[in-house]
Ligand binder design. Structure first.
Ligand code: ADP
Ligand code: MG
Length: 381
C-alpha cells in the first residue's frame, strides 16, 4: 500500500514538471449571456487566442442547446415537440433524447418530485404572477391532469418522444442548464483542455483542477446575506444551487418559489436554498430541484441513494435558518476531512483522517484524493 502511494505521488510530480516550464499555462476567464443567464468559462491555456477560440466554441454549444431546449422560443425543438403532444411518437435529436431520458430517471428516483412535464403548471403560475392573483383550484386541477412523467414515453430504439395528452408542456428549466454546462465542458475536454470551469447561473461544472491545485474552490450561495459562504473544492464534478433567493413571486402577500411541487400543483413557499454536488451537471441541477421539493428528510435520503453526490439544505423558519448536510458533504468542503474513496458501500474516508486545507498536505494524500475522487466519479458515467 505505501508503495502504491509513492508511485502515484511520483506520477503526479512528473506530470506537473512536464507541464509547467515548457508551456506555462495562464488563467483566462470569459463570460457571455446564454440561456437567459450569465455563462462563465474559466480555463488554463497557453495563449489568449487559443483560450478565446475554445471558450467561443463552448458558448456556441450552449447556444445550440438553447435552440433545442428553450421553452421561451417558439421555434425550439422542445416547443415543436410540445405542439405535437397527443399525436403519437415524434423523432427527436440526440440532445433532447438524452436530457429527457435523464429527466425520466430523476422523476422515477424522486417519485415525481422532479418532473419536467410540469409545464402547464409553470405557465399557469407565471400568468398568476403577471396578474397578481392565485390561480383557482379548477385551473390547478386542469394543469395537474396534463402533468405526470408517466405521460411522457421515450423510445430508445426509435429515438422518439411521445407526449400522450394534447396540451402537455415540457419545461426543462430545472435540468437544461446543468446539461448544457456538461456539454460545454465536454467541448473543452475535446479540445484537450484538462482544466476548465463552466458556470451557467447556479450550475457549475468543474473539469480537472487548476494546475498545481487539488480542485476548483467554489463558494456556494447561501440563504444568509452576511457571514462566510460555504466553500467546496471540486475536481471532475458539478455543483448546482436551487433557491428562491433570486427567483420568486409574491401573490396576495404569500412568497412563492419558482419551483412547483408536482404532487400538489402549487409552488413551494418559504425561503430555502439547496446545493447538490454530483459527478455531472445534469444530475446536480436536477437533484437540486428534486431535493427542494422533497425537503430535508426525503431530500437527504434521495441524495444518499445516488452515488457520488452530496447535498446541503438550508430552510428558513422566520429569522431562524436550519441547515442540514448529507453525510457525504464533508468530503467536498474546503478544509474538510478529505479524501474520498470507493467501497462497495459507497463513500467512506480512506486511511487515517487528516486535514487537506490547513497545514501542508504532502503529495501522497493529494495523489490519493485525485485518484480516488476520479474513480468514484467515473463510475457514474
Ligand atoms: P434555476 O432556474 O434557478 O436554476 P432550478 O434548477 O431549480 O432553478 O429550476 C427551476 C425551474 O424548473 C422552474 O423555473 C421551472 O421552469 C422548472 N420546474 C419547477 N418545478 C419543477 C419540478 N418540480 N420539476 C422539474 N422542473 C421544475
Ligand atoms: Mg435544477
Amino acid at each position: 500500500m505505501p508503495q502504491r502511494r509513492a508511485v502515484l505521488a511520483a506520477a503526479l510530480l512528473v506530470g506537473a514538471a512536464a507541464a509547467s516550464p515548457a508551456h506555462p499555462l495562464t488563467r483566462y476567464e470569459f463570460s457571455s449571456r446564454q440561456m437567459g443567464t450569465e455563462a462563465r468559462i474559466v480555463l488554463f491555456a497557453a495563449s489568449e487566442d487559443a483560450a478565446r477560440d475554445a471558450a467561443s466554441r463552448a458558448f456556441a454549444r450552449v447556444a445550440a442547446l438553447d435552440a433545442v431546449m428553450s421553452d421561451y422560443r417558439e421555434d425550439s425543438e422542445l416547443m415543436r415537440l410540445c405542439r405535437r403532444a397527443g399525436s403519437g411518437p415524434v423523432p427527436i435529436s440526440d440532445d433532447l433524447f438524452r436530457v429527457l431520458d435523464a429527466s425520466e430517471r430523476l422523476a422515477r428516483d424522486s417519485r415525481g418530485a422532479f418532473d419536467v412535464t410540469v409545464g402547464p403548471l409553470t405557465h399557469l403560475w407565471r400568468r398568476a404572477r403577471r396578474r397578481g392573483e392565485r390561480p383557482d383550484e379548477a385551473e390547478i386541477r386542469a394543469a395537474l391532469a396534463l402533468t405526470g412523467a408517466t405521460k411522457l414515453i421515450l423510445n430508445a430504439h426509435d429515438h422518439t418522444a411521445d407526449l400522450r395528452a394534447a396540451g402537455m408542456q415540457v419545461d426543462l428549466g430545472a435540468i437544461g442548464k446543468g446539461y448544457a454546462a456538461d456539454e460545454a465542458a465536454a467541448v473543452l475536454k475535446g479540445l484537450s483542455y484538462r482544466s476548465a470551469l463552466v458556470a451557467l447561473g447556479g450550475d457549475i461544472v468543474a473539469a480537472g483542477a487548476p494546475p498545481g491545485s487539488r480542485g476548483w474552490t467554489i463558494d456556494v450561495a447561501d440563504l444568509r446575506s452576511h457571514g462566510a459562504a460555504p466553500r467546496v473544492v471540486l475536481r471532475d464534478a458539478a455543483v448546482s444551487t436551487s433557491g428562491d433567493a433570486e427567483q420568486w413571486m409574491e401573490i396576495a402577500g404569500v412568497r412563492y418559489s419558482h419551483i412547483i411541487d408536482p404532487r400538489t400543483g402549487a409552488p413551494l413557499t418559504g425561503r430555502r436554498s439547496v446545493t447538490v454536488i454530483a459527478p455531472r451537471g445534469t444530475l446536480s441541477d436536477g437533484l437540486a430541484t428534486a431535493v427542494s421539493v422533497l425537503g430535508i428528510m426525503d431530500g437527504i435520503a434521495l441524495v444518499t441513494r445516488a452515488r457520488g453526490t452530496a447535498a446541503r439544505i438550508s430552510v428558513a423558519n422566520g429569522d431562524e435558518i436550519r441547515t442540514v448536510t448529507s453525510p457525504t458533504w464533508r468530503y467536498f468542503v474546503a478544509g474538510g476531512s478529505g479524501p474520498i474513496s470507493v467501497s462497495s458501500g459507497g463513500l467512506r474516508p480512506a486511511g487515517p483522517p487528516y486535514t487537506l486545507a490547513s497545514g501542508a498536505p504532502g503529495p501522497a494524500p493529494l495523489a490519493w484524493l485525485t485518484r480516488d475522487a476520479r474513480s468514484l466519479l467515473f463510475r457514474h458515467r
